[in-house]
Each structure stands twice: as structure tokens, then as C-alpha cells.
Design a binder for this molecule. Sequence first.
Ligand code: NAD
Length: 361
Amino acid sequence: MAYDVTLIPGDGIGPELAEATRRVLDATGVKFNWEIKNAGIDEMEISGSVLPQDTIDSVRRNKVAIKGPITTPVGKGFRSVNVALRKELDLYACLRPCRLYKGVRTRYDNVDLVIVRENTEDLYAGIEFKRGTPEAEELIEVIARLGGSRIRPDSGISIKPISEFGTRRIVTFAFEYARANKRKKVSAVHKANIMKHTDGLYLEVARQVAKEYPDIEFNDVIVDNMCMQLVQSPEHYDVLVLPNLYGDILSDLCAGLVGGLGMAPGGNIGEGIALFEPTHGSAPRYKGLNKLNPIAMILSGVMMLRYLKEFDTAERLDKAIADVIEEGKDVTYDMKLDHNDPTAVGTAEAADAIIRKLQEL
Ligand code: NAD
């Protein structure tokens, strides 16, 4: 049997990483019918759309997809394609394991965390009002009338919705994940001391859900404190469940603990549908240079294999990656002690090394 999977190469370094990942996944022996669909800035130049309907339809039909990163212009231009895909397909849970592989250069010796980030709400929902527009002015008046404080008239406004429904769904996902994967503790991250009606609601609902899982330890940590705790002693944490924005930021922090963005995979999961992608972005400066690390995207492929219940193959591929990292020879520059190490290999060659290891196992 072959799996129908949508492959979205993305833009920037995406296509190089997607090609490396596709070759590695094909080399596992599991059969895939790749439906290659485009999205991103290159696609915009071709078809005038950053996210063609055909691409969304393909993911909806196949129910499994893997994608490379896609650029979002900073402070202007079109809205994030990544956010649009997650919202459109209701991929509400972003799962990002951060595990330290032997041989990775890092200050830590024991990190095995899982980030569970809510993917559809919070400041990331993209509900925004541009400074000086009639809508922003009206909103400022409404807020003043309703007894909120007077917002400066030259303000832009982003809205932070957090619902009971969305929170219950993501915290339940985190506990179910913990139970299914023999994890011991779930920590809810928030700023409920300040944002009482959004993060406060999040915390209240998280505490209610935690009561349904007496077999799993639960605690809550304020987000700023959590940043410090993670940098000092990440071994004290296990599964972290966070609203969208904190989840975004702490994902990169945790990637830093385990060797950097080149080592951080992810999956966006909904009801019966999943899209896997690395945590990192499109690193446009490196586009076409065959330089950056394909491991984060290949590890996203390992997550996809597990999602497809190809557990033995997932373990074999994970071991092949671990062996290549531990040998430390055929790895990209970010995995070398000295970033200018001339023995660092390129994206394609790192994938070749993983394929060779796969064939030995
Ligand atoms: P980025 O993650 O693209 O890159 C930041 C830095 O991290 C790079 O300069 C590089 O040094 C390092 N890095 C990233 N990927 C790496 C890899 N595979 N191997 C080794 N090192 C790696 O972050 P950015 O520069 O802030 O964002 C660039 C673009 O990507 C933006 O438009 C942003 O919106 C977008 N983005 C997309 C996604 C996504 O597609 N899901 C996620 C994050 C950012």
C-alpha cells in the first residue's frame, strides 16, 4: 500500500529541504504517492496566489501533508500562509518535540521536552486594526465607552481571543499525548496574573482538564519565569502546553536547547488530519545554497511516519539520523563545533548520509 501525501516544498530554503526529506522518506521503503503542491512567494509570482485553493484541497483530501517553510513579509504584505493553512484546516495542535541527540553541541546533557502549542487563537489569530483607519478609530471609541482605558488615537490594535473551547481542546490534547507517550508531567504556561480574562481563562480551564488526568502530574508556570527555568534546568520539564504566541516563542527557545532550529521538527494536528513541518522558517538568505540542515524537516517526516502508524520505520529512520549526528562527520555547518569547519557537508549530502545509514540498519 502507498500513502497519498501532499508535499508542499514552500519557498526560501524549503524546496531544498523538501527534496532531501522526500529522498530520505522514499529510502525507508515505505511507499508514498507524493502530490506536490505549491504555496509561498514563488507561487505568488507564478499564479498570483500565495496559497492556491488546489493546495488546500489536496491536504484536505489526503489528510496527511509535509511542508517546507514559507516566508511571511514582516510588518506589511500578505498574511502568513502557515497561519492560514492551520486555521483553514483547523490544525489546532502544534506538536514540537525537542529532544537532545547524542553528539549535538549544546550546553545541556538532558533535554526531552514536548511543546504543545495552540494553533488557532490568541494574538496569532490575525485580528488586527491598522493605525488611523476608521475601524481602529471606532474600536478605540467603543473600548472607551465600555469602560476600558482610553487607547492612544495613533495606535494599531491586535486582538487576543482565547476561548474555553480552544483551551479545553488543546489542554486535553496535551494530556492525551502525555498518556499515550508515557510522559509524566504537563505544565501549562500563561501570564494569568496580568491577562486575567484570556490567560486567566486558559489557566482555569487547564486546571479543570488536569483533574481528569490524576495519573499525570500537572503544574502551571508564568511564561517569563518559564523562560528562565527552561534555560537553567530544562530537565525539570516534560510536556508544555501553551497558547499560540508563547508557544511560538518558546518553540525557538527549546530548539536552542537541543542544538538549534536545524534540530526542531513539528506537526500541526487536527481531527483526522495532520501537516508536518519544521519549526524554523524559510531562512531566505540561504536559499539555493545547499547549506542548511535538513534534519528538522526529516525529523518532521519521522513524526509523520509515527502518525501513519509506521512505528518500526519511524524508529529505524530516527536511529539513522541519531547515528549520523553522533558520528558528527556528514553534518551541516550548524552541527559543527566551529561554524566555519570546512568539513561541514551540504543539505543534500547530509540527507545522503542518512540514506546510507538507513541501508545499513
Ligand atoms: P528562520 O527560522 O527562517 O531563520 C533564522 C535563522 O535560523 C537562520 O538565519 C539560520 O541561521 C537558522 N536556521 C533556520 N533554519 C535552519 C536550518 N534548517 N538549519 C540550520 N540553521 C537554520 O527565521 P526568520 O529569519 O525569522 O524567518 C524567515 C522567514 O520564515 C520569515 O518570513 C518568517 O515569517 C518565516 N517563517 C515561516 C515558518 C513556517 O513556514 N512555518 C516558521 C517560522 C518563520
